[in-house]
Design a protein around this ligand. Sequence first.
Ligand code: UD1
Ligand code: UDP
Length: 359
Amino acid sequence: MICLILGTRPEIIKMSPIIRLCQKEQIPFQLIHTGQHYSINMDQVFFEELHLPQPHHALDVGTKASKQGHQTGMMVEGIERILLGMRPEVVLVQGDTNSVLAGALAASKIHIKVGHVEAGLRSYDRQMPEEVNRILCDHVSDYLFCPTDGSAKNVRKEGIVEEKIHITGNTIVDAVTANSIISDQESIILHEMALESGSFILLTAHRAENVDNESRFTSILDAIKKIDYPIIYPIHPRAKKMAEEFGLLDQIPETLRIVDPIGYMDFLQLQKNARLMLTDSGGIQEEACILGVPCLTLRENTERPETVSVGANELIGWKTDKILNKVENALQSRKDSGFSNPFGDGKASEKILQIIGVC
Ligand code: UD1
Ligand code: UDP
């Protein structure tokens, strides 16, 4: 039996193809949800849309802890308790959140094998809590499922032995492939929001280093408010909380529509039809590249350098003038969509389950 641990929006989406494959192949599995994300539109909506089973075990951490150590500690304690009773052969975690670190730590300390899906990503920026999580998780893992050659190279450089490293592609390709057509058939978001394909920018910004920092978030939103082009901003709860605290949600121009977080089918539809993505999200840098939508990333580094190498993504930082300049250039240039996808063939989930010997 295997155990899958998840806790946040991107983990639910990127684990969904593995969960669905376990169901299809009748592989016994148990699901632990840490509760790091808990609002319906950050959590339950994805279980429903992606037809995932409800978690067998749920921790209620999100509402109780907000500090890094407190949140991670509560998760380690809860996950260990569950794993001691469950004793799975392998625990799978995905990505770089505190839920991932907690799952990997709890399992490795009680000698349960850990598989890290999306291993080996490095921004080389230790200011990001995610970078610390990535490094620690990789070093306690028994299976490192690296999406690309580059991510495998990163962990080899850190001395991880070759037997643990597997290049599988990223499960986000599996998820996009499985859901893109369903989104085309089911989503009516363009109609509901009266949007025309190719005539709006889709924005997301939620990274702690951008939105928790008043001057950086102000600088980003100052640029956004000055862009004379329709922008849709499904705002992450962290960003909303901080924007309200810093008083940044006054005087929103008509071009900028700030809405609640959106379900996956609608969000995929918005991405596919956007003229441009503006984001600091990790997963959206990948999805934009896979879907052939140009992306400008509101950061100065990325753990997804492949998106930049194939010409799908550019790092533009957080300074107002630079954002305005880069957005203007991108809107004036021809919409380029001929990027090659560096994240695999959409069979990452199958490879992962084969490598751990259950499929
Ligand atoms: C976390 C991850 C980040 C990932 C993001 C995905 C870490 C360190 N960060 O950041 O890598 O990109 O998830 O979206 O693990 N909140 C709600 N409802 C929710 C979830 C959060 O209101 O369902 C609010 C709460 O005020 C909470 C704050 O957002 O305190 C931050 O949530 P948290 O899960 O700690 O971090 P994220 O910013 O979501
Ligand atoms: N996403 C979504 N609705 C939204 C915003 C994002 O479904 O309103 C999806 C998006 O398609 C991607 C994932 O959430 O698959 C990215 O999550 P997020 O940006 O929160 O986290 P990160 O990837 O930065 O860790």
